[in-house]
Design a protein around this ligand. Structure first.
Ligand code: ADP
Length: 285
């Protein structure tokens, strides 16, 4: 079952001379982990905003095509015809900067806020807040003032506030780009836990392709508002030279194996150091 269908989507911001998205089409299946990468300005953030209806409902512009999303009960919504408040319970969006997403006085209130807006029963709210804080490793910090948390904790809180609403899809726009390596590990660890334990559908935008090449089911590569590659991580890795030309950072092992393959010294490309080592060993046999 598709939870998102994007059909011939083009979008131009008001007063912008160029389109930020051009004829973008793809489907996202339930349970899938989709990675999106591309150079800066290629349209990744614009696409994220279009997936949960902020574009075109709150940020206006010239919009063509359709974005259709489906909730966990199978109800389909066209984002052009549905209010953002309804869509945010179907497609949860987590942004780059955790500080821009937290505005409550306590950790607990931050998670409860969205649930209260859904008009849920207080017992259900309490249950979901406890579950979301437990899952995201924030138990014990219920009464903390969110700005006092570490970067990784803040971003895990932003994620907890979104997944507590049980969206069909979690869309994360470069959620670790402002975090230190430890914060990054914490956030990526939470994402893999949510996928493993709850089978949640994830769209993860990353400027650096390393993590998505290792973990995503499928990757979209964007350039100048278009999808220029749509394939499995190994299909996308085969285009290492193209990715480098676009200015996308690729894993060191892929870069080294790409250069060795070009020189006829390796047959296969490797994404991880472990794969590269075993390729090197077998090529010496
Ligand atoms: P990315 O996330 O890949 O860096 P964006 O989606 O932010 O790319 O930007 C795509 C294009 O849209 C860029 O040319 C950018 O300058 C333009 N853009 C982004 N936001 C706005 C805006 N609010 N108004 C006008 N143009 C914008």
């Amino acid at each position: 079952m598709n939870v998102i269908s994007v059909e011939n989507l083009s979008f131009r911001y008001r007063r912008a001379s160029d389109y930020a998205l051009r004829d973008v089409s793809f489907d996202l299946r339930k349970g899938e982990f989709l990675g999106i990468t591309g150079p800066s300005g290629s349209g990744k953030s614009t696409l994220c905003l279009a997936l949960n209806g902020i574009i075109p409902n709150s940020i206006k512009g010239e919009f063509q095509g359709h974005v259709r999303v489906r909730d966990l009960n199978g109800n389909e919504f066209d984002t052009r015809e549905t209010p953002v408040s309804r869509l945010s319970t179907v497609v949860g969006l987590v942004l780059q900067n955790p500080d821009s997403q937290l505005f409550n006085m306590t950790v607990e209130d931050e998670v409860a806020f969205g649930l209260e807006n859904l008009g849920l029963d207080p017992n259900e709210i309490e249950r979901r807040v406890r579950w979301a804080l437990e899952t995201s490793g924030l138990r014990g910090l219920e009464n903390e003032f969110p700005p006092n948390l570490s970067g990784g904790q803040k971003q895990r809180l932003a994620i907890a506030a979104v997944f507590a609403m049980r969206p069909a899809v979690l869309v994360l726009d470069e959620p670790t780009s402002q975090l230190d390596p430890l914060g990054r590990e914490e956030v990526l660890g939470l994402l893999s836990l949510l996928r493993r334990e709850y089978g949640i559908t994830v769209v993860l935008v990353e400027h650096h392709s390393d993590y998505i090449l290792r973990h995503a089911d499928r990757i979209l590569v964007m350039n100048r508002g278009r999808i220029v590659l749509n394939g499995t991580p190994s299909e996308v890795a085969e285009e290492a030279g193209f990715l480098k030309k676009l200015g996308i950072k690729i894993p060191v092992s892929l870069d080294v194996s790409y250069e060795l393959k070009k020189r006829g010294r390796l047959k296969k490309l490797s994404i991880t150091p472990e794969d590269l080592l075993s390729e090197l060993e077998s090529s010496q046999d």
